[in-house]
Write a protein that binds this ligand. Sequence first.
Ligand code: PHE
Ligand code: NA
Length: 502
Amino acid sequence: AVPEREQWSGQIGFILSALGSAVGLGNIWRFPGVAYESGGGAFLIPYLVALVTAGIPILFLDYAIGHRFRGSAPLALRRLGGRLGEGLGWFQVLISVFIAIYYTAVLAWSSSYFVFSWDLRWGDDTTAFFTGEYLRAAGEPFTLDYVPAVAIPLVIMWVITLGILAAGVVKGVQRANVIIIPLLVVAFVAIVIYALTLPGAAQGVNEFFTPDFAALADPNVWIAAYSQIFFSLSVAFGIMITFASYRKRRSNMTGAGLVVAFGNSSFEILAGIGVFATLGFFAFQQGVEIGDLEGLTGVGLAFMTVPAIVSEMPGGAWVGALFFGSLTLAGLTSLISILEVIIAALRDKFALTRAQAVLGFGGILAVVSLVLFGSTSGLTALDTIDNWANNIGIVGSAVAMAVIVLWVRRRGRELARHLSAVSTFRVGRTWLLFTSILAPAVLAYMLVTKIIDLLVNGYEGYPAWYLGVAGWGSVALMIIGAVLLPQLRWRHDPDRFEAWPR
Ligand code: PHE
Ligand code: NA
């Protein structure tokens, strides 16, 4: 018999897996700090506008493409838009490649810190511990000294992730999410509730939500909102196309999408409350203002500020373990989704079995990530690749997708009809207007501003040659791949084959 494309076992399996992808580091360490710095409670306005006018519409666009054309990003977009479409698909796959390499490193650190929590191993100077004792971060980019304390958890993370992927869509990806997501919600809600009982917590939450309406006049605040939404929903880089391709032909796509989008945002707001309750406690302990604290986002928040806070807290070891446990689980489910983009694309194009794609290409990625991040220059590389992949790669991909799919190939009406035919929440003119005009216009503006800013001001004071290699170089590789990969032959006629080899 002809093998069939893998399928989620049902709506819940899909929703939990899509939520697992969406809820990640972005919710926990990015949203709270970004919101705080961009107007506090007032940030919710641009945030919701961005969610409704760009996030959800482009999420639906991803779903429609994956579900109607039933393929990984390069296959679905090839069926939709020929070689040009396929090129865009590979561009998205390559963004995923770059993100996967550094995302795994953060997971490795986070799992180490889960272990360190039990005896609060970081001591008093958490910054010195993180960059010095733990990472042995070199000041110079590109000095590759192997660091076993990082390399070992990195290997473990790769083994776990590739193991889950090798088990398949239902037995691997779906099963992992069905177990992890409820666990994550319980663990995270527990920390937030506990944090709210600490002295100073109310003050922290209050500061988080205090609206600064003047911020709304600043275009950068709106840009921050759009980029947060994009990264956070995992749209425009192939994940949702791939996941939607595993749904049954008659599935409620938009209904599921709304659940995922609002679920993800709820988790962000919850994280905002939890993080600021904790910061409020810390400021109270130190007798300072929250505004004077440093390290409110990203690596600084997770690996420097949070350890310092839990050291001061009653029951801190537990809180630390729950925090780093949650961070690791949230990141793991996102990493799985991003690697599935790559695996699915390679399988579709080259007729590989799942095991071949996972062990072959996954193995190569694991080695690259080990060389780059198991070594002393990990921190700089992570920071730079992250900035370029997100601000140039993902945003560029979203603009290109709107232009190619909706303007060049003119498939907008067809996709809207497709979504409405299978879903409870119907889309029409408004959706078309948002996806084809409003969202791409805002995103194109963001992209251009960012490119100019990076060219003129550089990034974090790194030398220009280094940004040329790590930042612009990674974008150049994505573009080269997008041009070259469509030239390679498909092992099966992309317009005909329905199923994958097993
Ligand atoms: N949506 C994720 C987050 O909020 C982002 C992400 C997903 C990053 C998948 C990489 C891979 O953190
Ligand atoms: Na998210």
